[in-house]
Write a protein that binds this ligand. Structure first.
Ligand code: ATP
Length: 332
């Protein structure tokens, strides 16, 4: 559905000179995929989204959408719609008029518009709110109107720029499953921008992890979680203990990543585990308990255990173990 080939983007500003927001990026996104661009602030994810939407022009490279090179097409002529972080609803229009907006621009017959508005409002569960104005809705409801407005013309691709960031945690979780359901029901390709790794893991078919204008890894959530390509990805996705070590027969230094939930604890009592340490803090998290453990050279290991009640206490010496397959060697 989308082919990004050799795309880079530099901004030149009079005061700070050139900023390379995106280094050379290649990316292929399939039809009906829920695809997420994930990375920390400033990594270039919004820039990539805006290039696909046609709000920016690439410095180098080309972008094809549904088989067509879109270089010459302005945003409204691309088979793409965008949901902005701010919702950007028209305040003077009713919910139904907001949702009808894109269909009117396409000059669809009035009867089609009515049916499509009703179907789409039902889809986002706002059928009963058609005659209200945006100011008479909650934040979550406004978000649904923004979604309905973008979905109503049935674009091939929907771009979502941090669409849930203004919602509180409970509503955000609810909207995550709503978005997933809407994507499945419509079969539209969704491209989501977020810096929230939990959100990315929960919703996506595939994720591209970005850092400093580059894509570091593309894969399914399980893939990226269990087989991070490098240190940055291991650290950014979920939590990882990055343990410095060495391969003796190769005489080479390396870093090993182990997830906190893959480590088991025993009372040390003179026995050797893979690592020995002393419990610093114990944090009860509901289902799990998180232990922070100091090992040699003031390094820290985090261990997450299902709370069995057989707790360990701060100050206690413990031995840590994990299965060989829980460990990933990382490139720097
Ligand atoms: P955030 O999560 O904070 O929105 P992001 O990953 O979406 O971050 P971008 O907005 O794509 O990051 O920005 C990438 C880099 O490009 C940043 O260093 C940013 O300052 C710079 N940048 C973005 N837009 C412009 C612009 N119009 N002019 C100059 N620099 C820009």
């Amino acid at each position: 559905m989308i082919n990004v080939h050799g795309v880079s983007k530099s901004f030149s500003t009079p005061d700070i000179g050139a900023v390379q927001a995106l280094k050379t990026v290649d990316l292929a996104i399939g039809g009906s995929e829920f695809f997420t661009l994930l990375g920390p602030s400033g990594c270039g994810k919004t820039t990539l989204l805006r290039l696909i939407g046609g709000f920016e022009t690439p410095t180098t490279g080309s972008i094809c959408i549904a088989g067509i090179d879109v270089a010459a097409l302005p945003p409204q002529q691309r088979p793409v719609n965008t949901v902005f972080q701010s919702y950007a609803l028209f305040p003077h229009m009713t919910v139904a008029e907001n949702v009808a907006f894109g269909l009117r621009m396409q000059k669809r017959p009035e009867r089609d518009i009515e049916t499509q508005v009703a179907t789409t409002l039902d889809m986002v569960r706002l059928g009963a709110f058609a005659q209200r104005r945006p100011s008479q809705l909650s934040g979550g409801q406004q978000q649904r109107v923004a979604l309905a407005r973008a979905l109503a013309p049935r674009p091939n691709v929907l771009l979502l720029d941090e669409p849930l960031s203004a919602l509180d945690l409970k509503l955000r979780k609810e909207m995550q499953s709503e978005l997933k359901r809407l994507q499945r029901e419509t079969g539209i390709t969704f491209i989501l921008v977020t810096h929230d790794q939990e959100e990315a893991l929960a919703m996506s078919d595939r994720i591209a992890v970005m850092h400093e204008g580059r894509i570091l890894q593309v894969g399914a959530p399980q893939d990226i979680y269990h087989n991070p390509a490098n240190r940055f990805v291991a650290d950014f996705i979920g939590e990882a203990n990055l343990i410095p070590g060495a391969v003796l027969h190769r005489n080479a230094a390396l870093t090993v990543a182990v997830r906190p939930e893959r480590i088991t604890l025993r009372k040390a009592a003179g026995m050797a585990g893979r690592l020995l340490g002393r419990i610093e803090t114990v944090t009860f998290l509901g289902l799990d308990t998180l232990y922070e453990i100091e090992i040699a050279n003031r390094n820290r290991i985090r261990v997450r255990l299902r709370d069995t009640g057989a707790g360990f206490d701060p100050g206690q010496e413990v031995a840590m173990d994990w299965a060989a397959e829980a460990e990933r060697e990382l490139m720097q």
